[in-house]
Design a protein around this ligand. Structure first.
Ligand code: IVH
Length: 696
C-alpha cells in the first residue's frame, strides 16, 4: 500500500494488517475489497451528493487505484456494483424497451397565481376536511428517469419514454456519481426503505458541465447542444457508456416507490428517506401548509433562479399525504395532487437593427442579432444569438424584422420567431455570411453541406484564447494550471499571443513573477508543466493545432500514417484520404489549415519546441479497401480491439451497414445491423473468420 492510505481509512488499514498475516485466504481478500468499496462509496457520497469531501482528489484516486489493483488480481471478485464499474462498459447498438412498474405521468401546469390558487381550492374541496401539507420542489429542467434497486443494488435504469414504456439505459446510469450502485443494508434500514424499491428523479446537466462540454465540442468542430436539457436527454441515450462517463450528469431524486406504490405515507418523508439512503435530493425543497406560503416560495425561488448552478423552469407542488393523494386521484395523464407552476418564458418583442458576425474562441463564426434594446426579466437585452445560417433560414429573419426574443437561465438570449403584423412590418435586408473573417480578414472556410463557417487563421485574435486553452488542455498537451484565468492574464500582459509563445515563457520568468497571483512556486510548476508537454507524442501536437474536424482519433491516425508533421503538411487531399477516417470533408479542412500562411509561420515557430516526428506504423494490406461493421458482443475481443485489428490490417470499420459494407462481424446478441446485413446480402462472419482475414 502506498503511503497516505493509513490516515484515510483506519478500518481498511486494519484489514490490510490482518490480510498480511493471512495472505492467501480468499475471504481476507474479499474483506479487503469490501472495506475499500465501502470507503470509496462513502467518499463518493460525500463528494458528489453532499458536496462535502473529506479527502483530497489524489487521496481518493489512491483508494480507487488500490481497489483496481486488487480487482485486477482477483477478477472473479469484480461485481457490477463495485465503484470501479462506473466507467466503461461496451458500446451498445440500441436500448431495450422496458415497461414501467407504474406509469410515469406528467403534470398539469399553472402559469399564474390565479391558476395556482384555483388548483389549491380544488385540492381542498376534493380532500374534504383533511389538513393539507404541500411539498414544494424545484422543477429541474432535465429528463425523468426510473431506477430499480433489488437487494439494495442498482438493477436497472429506465428513461420515461412514453410514460408506460421507456428504454433501459442502465449502463449509462451506472456512470453517474450521484446514483448509488449499492446501498448498505444498515443504511437502508436507517432510511426505512426495504431492499427492493424504485427511485424516480430528474437527470440534469449542471450549467458549468454544459458549458464545458459545448466548448469542447465546438473546439472539435462538432455540433453544440442548444440547452442543458437537450444535453442531458441526449447524453443519457448515448450508446457508448465511456462518453457518458466523461460528461457530467446528476440525478436529483424526487419519488420513492415500493411495490409500484409511492412510499411511505408522506412525500416529505420519502424525500428524507431518499436523502438518508444516499441519493441527491434538492436541498431547497420546502413544506408549506397554505397557498400563500407556496406563492412566497415560488417568488423566492425565482429570485434565486439566475444564480443556481443548474436550470429550473418552475416549481412542482405535491400534496404530501399519500392518503390524500389517493383521494384526489388522476385526470387523464396527470395526478390531481400535484401541479407544475411554470415560470414565464422570459421573452419580449423587439426590432433587429443589424445582423453581425461574432468569431468565437474556436474560430466559429456565429451570426448575432443586434437588437433595439428591450427589457426582459430584469435585464436589458440588446443582442441575441442566431446560432448559424440554418437557424436564420428556419426563422426566415431579415434585418429590419421584429422578433420575439427569449432569455433562459444562464444562456445567451435567442431569437424565437419573427413577429409580423400591422405594428411590426417585415424587414427586407437579407444577411450573408462574410467571405473574410471580420476580426482578422483571413479567409472563411465552409464545407458544402455543413452548417458552420470558420475563420481559418489559427492566430485570429478572437480565436487565440480558445486555441491556447485547447492546446494546453488535459487530453492535448496536458499543461496543468494553464486555464482560463491564467491565459487571460498572460494575454493581457502581452506574454502570450499564440501557442508557440507558451514555450517562450521560460525566458520571461521575471515578467511572470511580476504578475498578480504568480509566485515563485506557481511559476516553477507552470514552467515544469510546459517543459513536460514537450515530450508528448506527435498525435498530441497535431490535435493541439486545433484543425477543424480533427479529433483525437484522426490525429492519431494521421501521426501513424505519415510519421511526421512535415509529411502531413505536404500531403495532398488524396493522400490524406488514404488515412482511415479521413474523408473529403476532413481532408479539405486539413489542407485549408496548412495552406494558410499564418498557420505555416506558427508551425515553423513550434518546430523548435515540440515533437514533430512520430513513429510511422505500417499497416497491413490484407484488408485494404475492405469495410467492416461490428455488431453484438465478441467473445475474445473488445470492440476497440477488434476495430484496431481490422484497421491495422488496412481495413475500415464503420457504424452502419450499407451495400458498400464488405463484412458484418456478428458476436453474441447481435442487433438490427445483422438483419440489415441479411436484407442487403452483405457477408456475415464470426470472430474467428475476422481474425483469419486480418492475418491474411
Ligand atoms: S414530479 C406525476 N417533480 O417535470 C409526477 N417532476 O412536467 C411527475 N420534473 O416529467 C413528476 N423536476 O421530468 C416532478 N421535482 C420534480 C421535478 C419534475 C422536474 C420534470 C419531470 C416531469 C416533468 C413534468
Amino acid at each position: 500500500m502506498a503511503p497516505g492510505t493509513e490516515e484515510i481509512i483506519p478500518q481498511y488499514n486494519r484489514y490490510m494488517a490482518s490480510a498480511a498475516k493471512n495472505k492467501d485466504k480468499p475471504q481476507k481478500i474479499q474483506h479487503e475489497i469490501d472495506a475499500l468499496r465501502s470507503e470509496i462509496r462513502r467518499h463518493e457520497h460525500l463528494y458528489y451528493v453532499l458536496d462535502a469531501p473529506e479527502v483530497s482528489d489524489p487521496d481518493f484516486d489512491h483508494l480507487m487505484n488500490e481497489l483496481k489493483k486488487l480487482e485486477a488480481a482477483h477478477p472473479e471478485l469484480v461485481t457490477p456494483d463495485s465503484p470501479t464499474q462506473r466507467v466503461g462498459g461496451k458500446p451498445r447498438e440500441g436500448f431495450v424497451k422496458v415497461e414501467h412498474s407504474r406509469p410515469m405521468l406528467s403534470l398539469d401546469n399553472a402559469y399564474n397565481e390565479e391558476e395556482l390558487r384555483a388548483w389549491d381550492t380544488r385540492v381542498r374541496e376534493l380532500a374534504g376536511n383533511y389538513k393539507i401539507e404541500y411539498v414544494c420542489e424545484f422543477k429541474m429542467d432535465g429528463m425523468s428517469l426510473a431506477l430499480t434497486y433489488k437487494g439494495g443494488k442498482l438493477a436497472r435504469g429506465v428513461t420515461r419514454g412514453d410514460g408506460s414504456i421507456g428504454e433501459d439505459v442502465t449502463t449509462n446510469v451506472r456512470t453517474m456519481r450521484t446514483v448509488p450502485l449499492s446501498i448498505d443494508a444498515a443504511v437502508l434500514k436507517k432510511a426505512g426503505i426495504p431492499p427492493d424499491f424504485e427511485v424516480r428523479g430528474e437527470v440534469i446537466m449542471p450549467l458549468a458541465a454544459f458549458k464545458r462540454m459545448n466548448d469542447d465540442r465546438a473546439a472539435q468542430g462538432l455540433a453544440t447542444f442548444a440547452n442543458p436539457r437537450n444535453a442531458a436527454a441526449g447524453t443519457i441515450r448515448v450508446l457508448e457508456p465511456n462518453i457518458v462517463a466523461q460528461r457530467h450528469l446528476d440525478l436529483y431524486a424526487y419519488f420513492l416507490l415500493v411495490d409500484g406504490k409511492y412510499f411511505p405515507d408522506k412525500h416529505a418523508d420519502a424525500l428524507k428517506a431518499l436523502h438518508t439512503a444516499g441519493f441527491k435530493v434538492n436541498s431547497h425543497n420546502t413544506v408549506a401548509t397554505t397557498i400563500e406560503q407556496v406563492w412566497a416560495f415560488i417568488n423566492k425561488a425565482e429570485q434565486m433562479r439566475e444564480k443556481l448552478p443548474y436550470e429550473i423552469d418552475g416549481i412542482v407542488i405535491k400534496v404530501s399525504s399519500m392518503r390524500t393523494q389517493e383521494r384526489l386521484g388522476f385526470t387523464g395523464k396527470a395526478p390531481r395532487w400535484a401541479i407544475a407552476y411554470k415560470y414565464q418564458a422570459r421573452s419580449g418583442i423587439t426590432k433587429v437593427e443589424d445582423i453581425q458576425v461574432q468569431v468565437g474562441r474556436t474560430g466559429k463564426l456565429t451570426p448575432v442579432a443586434w437588437l433595439k434594446p428591450v427589457f426582459i426579466g430584469g435585464t436589458t437585452v440588446s443582442r441575441a444569438t442566431l446560432h448559424n445560417m440554418d437557424e436564420i433560414g428556419r426563422l426566415g429573419v431579415k434585418i429590419g424584422d421584429w422578433v420575439m426574443v427569449e432569455r433562459g437561465g444562464d444562456v445567451i438570449p435567442k431569437v424565437v420567431k419573427v413577429v409580423e403584423d400591422k405594428e411590426h412590418p417585415r424587414g427586407n435586408k437579407r444577411f450573408h455570411m462574410p467571405e473574410k473573417c471580420p476580426e482578422c480578414n483571413s479567409r472563411v472556410h465552409h464545407t458544402e453541406g455543413e452548417v458552420d463557417y470558420w475563420c481559418v487563421n489559427v492566430n485570429c485574435p478572437a480565436r487565440l484564447q480558445g486555441s491556447i486553452l485547447h492546446f494546453a488542455s488535459r487530453s492535448v498537451m496536458n499543461i496543468e494550471g494553464m486555464g482560463d484565468a491564467l491565459v487571460n492574464q498572460l494575454h493581457e500582459a502581452g506574454l502570450l499571443k499564440d501557442i508557440a509563445d507558451i514555450y517562450t515563457l521560460k525566458d520571461k520568468r521575471e515578467k511572470l513573477l511580476a504578475l498578480e497571483r504568480l509566485g515563485e512556486k506557481s511559476v516553477d510548476n507552470l514552467l515544469a508543466e510546459i517543459e513536460n508537454s514537450r515530450k508528448l507524442p506527435l498525435e498530441r501536437v497535431i490535435l493541439g493545432l486545433g484543425i477543424s474536424q480533427v479529433g483525437t482519433r484522426t490525429a492519431e491516425l494521421l501521426a501513424e500514417h505519415f510519421g511526421s508533421l512535415d509529411d502531413v503538411m505536404k500531403a495532398s487531399a488524396e493522400e490524406l484520404q488514404e488515412v482511415n477516417d479521413v474523408g473529403p470533408s476532413v481532408s479539405e479542412s486539413i489542407r485549408e489549415f496548412f495552406d494558410e500562411p499564418r498557420n505555416q509561420q506558427l508551425i515553423e515557430r513550434l518546430r523548435k519546441y515540440v515533437t514533430f516526428k512520430g513513429v510511422k506504423k505500417v499497416r497491413g494490406t490484407s484488408l485494404a479497401g475492405k469495410t467492416f461493421v461490428l455488431t453484438g458482443t465478441l467473445a475474445t475481443y473488445s470492440r476497440d480491439a477488434a476495430k484496431k485489428m481490422i484497421e491495422d490490417a488496412g481495413g475500415k470499420v464503420v457504424g452502419s451497414v450499407s451495400k458498400k459494407t464488405d463484412y458484418v462481424v456478428a458476436g453474441d446478441d447481435p442487433g438490427s445491423k445483422l438483419d440489415k446485413a441479411r436484407e442487403l446480402g452483405v457477408k456475415v462472419i464470426g470472430e474467428d473468420e475476422m481474425v483469419q482475414l486480418a492475418q491474411g
